[in-house]
Design a binder for this molecule. Sequence first.
Ligand SMILES: NC(=O)c1ccc[n+]([C@@H]2O[C@H](COP(=O)([O-])OP(=O)(O)OC[C@H]3O[C@@H](n4cnc5c(N)ncnc54)[C@H](O)[C@@H]3O)[C@@H](O)[C@H]2O)c1
Length: 387
Amino acid sequence: MKEIGIGLIGYKFMGRAHSHAYRDVEIFFDLPVVPAMKVICGRAEKPLRMAKERFGWDEYETDWKKVVRRKDIDIIDITTPPNAHKDIAIEAAKEGKVIFCEKPLASTMKDAYEMMEAAEKYGVKHAICFNYRKLPAIGLAKKLIDEGKLGKIFHMRAVYLQDWIIDPEFPLVWRLDKEVAGSGAHGDLNAHLIDMARYLVGEFDEVTGMNETFIKERPLIKETDELETGLKDKAKSRQKGTVTVDDATLFLARFKNGAIGSFEATRFAAGRKNGQRFEINGSRGSIVFNLENLNELMYYSVDDPEYVQGFRTILATDASHPYAGNWWPAGHIIGYGEAFINMVADLLTSIARGENPSPNFYDGIKCQEVLTAVEESINKRGWVKVK
Ligand SMILES: NC(=O)c1ccc[n+]([C@@H]2O[C@H](COP(=O)([O-])OP(=O)(O)OC[C@H]3O[C@@H](n4cnc5c(N)ncnc54)[C@H](O)[C@@H]3O)[C@@H](O)[C@H]2O)c1
């Protein structure tokens, strides 16, 4: 069977999640190609070597340019912070590689367009990691909506709540630096909600938002790859630096199909670790999703006989549910990491069939246009049309 050589750039949070996916995908999916974990890339040799051994890569490399040029690599998988996506993606496109990039597509709209242009110019396939699309419960939500079970959609109400930077002594890591991250909770968390809204409800028409940075200065940190092994506190300086991103961003939206929505992303919701929830209401019913119970989808149908009407909780683990047939017998639930395996299975299958994967850079661009319109609306304190 044909081998697809993978070169992974970045080995921390998403580097681990993607490695796990390549390593286990063949256990659950009959793929038309074999993923070959050729090389993992990062900046510091010691933690990188550990990651190579632990995650099961053949080799490691500290220069991403060398990875991109290798003839035995078919897919360049980018899991670096957003400001590093563009250069790697454009070089990968020039070398004719498939590009699989983490969200948000880039740290600026301009970079995102340049990435899309390069992918088109060099005719390479491209994908973006909106992993939550690949959960069985979300696939079921999509199916219900596409079948018209919710009727005409009126509302989407979505929140993505975390609490990891409430402590004012938490250091100024890259996620709090606009140059590197592009934005804060907005690009990190609202990006997922926006993609989910586009997937399930439709395209955005106009938006108006507000944001806040609650803690404006934080201890500086010397953030190097060596620190990725847990030495952060020792590297914390007494000096403080300015936080240049939002801690929380909320916005309202109108969709092109007439639906309206509300969205909230924050890193200051005490007790909420990764609380992604949404509800969609239509003329024939509603659905509710809560990531903390990611195997479940709540569904209400106005078409049920009145005496049994109410929300039902569907455990999306039946073989008839998207992806679930590749996993365990019904009722044996899956977790966070499995969405990445489903994502990689789709990616490899699309490439083997000569098709562009979904979601791809186009979805990354559409998401970024909404992110950007919200930022513009905050600056001008009013409604902004999404490009
Ligand atoms: N899909 C999701 O649910 C999800 C979740 C978290 C993060 N992300 C996205 O994944 C990306 C990375 O986030 P993370 O949490 O994995 O970050 P991280 O800090 O945990 O890891 C970043 C990695 O990039 C490497 N890196 C940075 N600059 C590099 C360079 N110039 N050359 C080579 N390697 C370099 C670092 O060594 C590190 O291994 C971001 O775009 C983020 O938004 C997506």
